[in-house]
Write a protein that binds this ligand. Structure first.
Ligand SMILES: Cc1cc2nc3c(=O)[nH]c(=O)nc-3n(C[C@H](O)[C@H](O)[C@H](O)COP(=O)(O)OP(=O)(O)OC[C@H]3O[C@@H](n4cnc5c(N)ncnc54)[C@H](O)[C@@H]3O)c2cc1C
Length: 381
């Protein structure tokens, strides 16, 4: 595969890098400490195209490919994994609209989102995490409306979303076979998203419980076809998992760069610690793993939209490898700083806390391995 980036991609990467240096890095520690999402900044970033560059131009996006979006997300991840999660969750929520929405829905919702509206992807429930087939939220048709009842948990941007892409079963007897995606607009009676999670990491992102109590929506808000939700959700993840991998690579880079800098400056036993082979090998391993994870996400993102039967497996590989990689890299990078790494004076402890989620959300890394194994068994890879 040719990983040579085009001039356009290099320009986007550079633009994102400069923006992150100026707008994201200076506020990252503050919002982490406050456990608050910088809502205005995230909306600004969305309206400037950070989450929508792969949305087709006729709906207000930049019409670029998913690989370019991943390059941008890597830069955001280097700045703050929490803020990047808020921006990335918007991309996640636009995917079902791109994949299943009709012209009218795309014109209305994608255009709004490209102008800075926030969206949430609502799949997970208290009893349906890895096991999507256990989803219990219902959307029952009554005349020309659907009535939604149920609880969604761990929903990124949940408190602030303008639009919720909600997966619900339309026939409880059929369960997940009748899973169907809908759009619910903020302010609809019976919708509540006030309970926020307090988290270990990515504290500059918002994670909320979203509850639906007799929420009535018009039938026009159904995305795609009745019973088509499972497929839409899985196709969404095939595209979004390389983005998580890119985010993890960005975060790992931030930790590696901080460790490298510190190792050059910190003198012990009369010389900078970077002259100790033990430190050099840790840095070398970090560099190897970051490069490997980047190659995997570039490969997976490059496969999107090309009809490849092995996309699910490669997206899962990119996400699982990058998620495990960022955990190892942030732990080692903190080790390079010794006791100082453990303090809040340096960002390493934040990086390590932020890294853990990369093994959990958008399907845990155990689930990614199941997907890869299924592809091996069925001969798709
Ligand atoms: C900060 C945050 C943000 C999130 N954002 C969103 C969002 O925006 N939208 C959304 O819909 N969801 C979101 N999620 C939910 C996330 O995707 C789930 O937490 C994740 O899929 C795992 O589900 P669970 O937490 O219920 O764990 P469980 O499914 O209960 O898993 C618990 C453990 O068992 C393992 N396990 C489960 N089944 C198997 C199996 N068959 N084989 C091997 N191991 C298994 C898992 O790997 C894990 O280690 C978010 C979660 C967090 C924490």
């Amino acid at each position: 595969m040719d990983f040579e980036l085009t001039t356009e991609q290099l320009n986007m990467q550079q633009m994102a890098r400069e923006y992150v240096e100026k707008e994201v890095i200076p506020v990252a520690a503050e919002y982490d400490e406050k456990e608050e999402m910088p809502v205005d900044l995230v909306r600004r970033m969305i309206s400037q195209g950070f989450s929508t560059i792969s949305v087709p131009e006729n709906y207000g996006g930049a019409g670029m490919d998913d690989l370019t979006l991943c390059l941008v997300i890597e830069e955001l991840g280097r700045g703050c994994a929490g803020i990047a999660t808020g921006v990335g969750a918007n991309s996640l929520a636009t995917l079902p609209i791109i994949l299943a929405g009709n012209e009218e829905q795309k014109n209305k919702y994608l255009s709004d989102i490209c102008c800075g509206k926030l969206a949430s992807f609502c799949l997970t429930e208290p009893n349906a995490g890895s096991d999507v087939s256990a989803i219990a939220t219902t959307a029952i048709k009554e005349g020309s409306e659907y009535v939604i009842n149920g609880n969604k948990c761990f929903i990124t941007n949940g408190t602030y979303a303008d639009y919720y892409v909600v997966f619900a079963v339309i026939n409880p007897k059929k369960g997940a076979r009748s899973l169907t995606p809908f759009i619910v607009e903020k302010g609809t009676a019976g919708l509540d998203a006030t309970r926020k999670e307090r988290k270990m990491g990515i504290r500059a992102s918002n994670t909320a419980e979203v509850t639906f109590n007799d929420v009535r929506i018009p039938e026009e808000n159904l995305l795609g076809k009745e019973n088509g939700g499972f497929r839409v959700a899985m196709e969404t993840f095939d595209i979004s998992r390389p983005m998580i991998a890119a985010l993890a690579v960005g975060l790992a880079r931030a930790a590696y760069e901080a460790a490298r800098q510190y190792a050059k400056e910190r003198v012990q036993f009369g010389r900078p610690i970077i002259q100790q082979q033990a430190i050099q090998f840790m840095l070398a391993d970090m560099a190897i793993e970051i490069e490997a994870a980047r190659s995997l996400y570039l490969k997976a993102a490059g496969m999107v939209g090309k009809g490849s039967k092995s996309l699910s497996a490669y997206s899962a590989m990119a996400k699982a490898y990058a998620g495990d990689m960022v955990m190892r890299v942030t732990v080692d990078a903190l080790q390079v700083l010794g006791g100082y790494g453990y303090t809040r004076e340096y960002p390493l402890e934040k990086y390590m806390r932020d890294a853990k989620i990369m093994q959990i959300y958008e399907g845990t890394n155990q689930i990614q391995r199941l997907i890869i194994a299924n592809s091996i068994i069925s001969g798709r890879i």
